[in-house]
Write a protein that binds this ligand. Structure first.
Ligand code: NAD
Length: 284
């Protein structure tokens, strides 16, 4: 059994990005990332801080626009318009979740698709499903990097994706289908989850429920990717997979922490670099 080391791989990717950012700076362009943070959710604040720190570490300029919970949708939309027009900012992300009085879809659709480094705009989603060049959501993109690094072949494989959200499960499904895997996608309404996971060569789970995937649910030698992040009452961070027992059957498995999590941030930096490169190519 091999433990897929997301921390190490993300470090390697960040080093590569740093080199590229330096080269870009020599040519007079500093990649810029803007983050919009609304409200005081502690988890969102932590994620934004991490994004800012890792951007700085690789030389990407970043700016955080912080707003109180009470901000109106109109104000938020005009901030997005302003950032869309700013030539020094190449990537823009809206930290989710947004307060209930704000229409998240409307906000995400206002982000210029060319600056959509989270890959949540329907334009990029549509292109991803069609197998065209696009910005791909960072978490599933990070999982694909792991498959590549560990030479896990996807062609013709049976993959079960558990969790069908727009930011994790659905783009994961599209990426895998584009690599010619046969993909089952399961969610809360799936009748018999085990029936699906048990026959898969690769199980990718992103739900948010500790111990959802137990050893009896995976076949011997399966590859198991755990995207879930759950904080237990005792403060311990765990994924959705019963790691201790599932790892005894798996051929490859990701740990939590130190698996998919660090890859997500590395992919955000990669997408920002790509947005800056596209901007430079366009010459505007
Ligand atoms: P979400 O709540 O939007 O979606 C959860 C999905 O799981 C839904 O499709 C739902 O139908 C499905 N689901 C819920 N209960 C289920 C069950 N019992 N059986 C099967 N499917 C079930 O969540 P999300 O934003 O997609 O995040 C999912 C998990 O991934 C969370 O733990 C989140 O913290 C984590 N996450 C991790 C990263 C990372 O960088 N590692 C990034 C994003 C999300």
């Amino acid at each position: 059994m091999t433990i897929i080391d997301g921390k190490k791989l993300s470090q390697k990717i960040r080093e590569e990005i740093k080199v590229e950012v330096n080269e870009m700076k020599k040519e007079g362009l500093t990649p810029g990332l803007a983050v919009i943070l609304v409200g005081n959710d502690p988890a969102s604040q932590t994620y934004v801080k991490m994004k800012k720190n890792t951007s700085a570490e690789v030389g990407i300029y970043s700016v955080v626009h912080e707003f109180p919970e009470t901000i109106s949708e109109k104000e938020l939309l005009s901030t997005i318009d302003m950032i869309n027009e700013n030539p020094n900012i190449h990537g823009l992300l809206i930290q989710l979740p947004l307060p209930k009085h704000i229409d998240t879809t409307k906000i995400l659709e206002r982000v210029s698709p060319a600056k959509d480094v989270d890959g949540f705009h329907p334009y990029n989603m549509g292109r991803l499903v069609e197998g065209l060049e696009s910005f791909v959501p960072c978490t599933p993109l990070g999982v694909m990097e792991m498959f590549k690094e560990y030479k896990i072949d996807l062609y013709g494989k049976d993959v079960c994706v558990v969790g069908a959200s727009n930011i994790v499960g659905k783009p994961m499904w599209a990426l895998l289908v584009n690599e010619m895997a046969t993909v089952d996608i399961c969610h809360i309404a799936t009748k018999d989850l085990k029936e699906h996971t048990k026959r898969a060569d690769i199980v990718v789970v992103g739900v948010g429920k500790p111990n959802l995937i137990t050893a009896d649910m995976v076949k011997e030698g399966a590859v198991v990717i755990d995207i879930g992040i759950n904080r237990l009452d005792n403060g311990k961070l765990v994924g959705d997979v019963d790691f201790e027992n599932v790892s005894k059957k798996a051929s490859f498995i990701t740990p939590v922490p130190g698996g998919v999590g660090p890859m997500t941030i590395a992919m955000l930096l990669k997408n920002t670099l790509k947005a800056a490169r596209n901007f430079a190519k366009k010459g505007s």
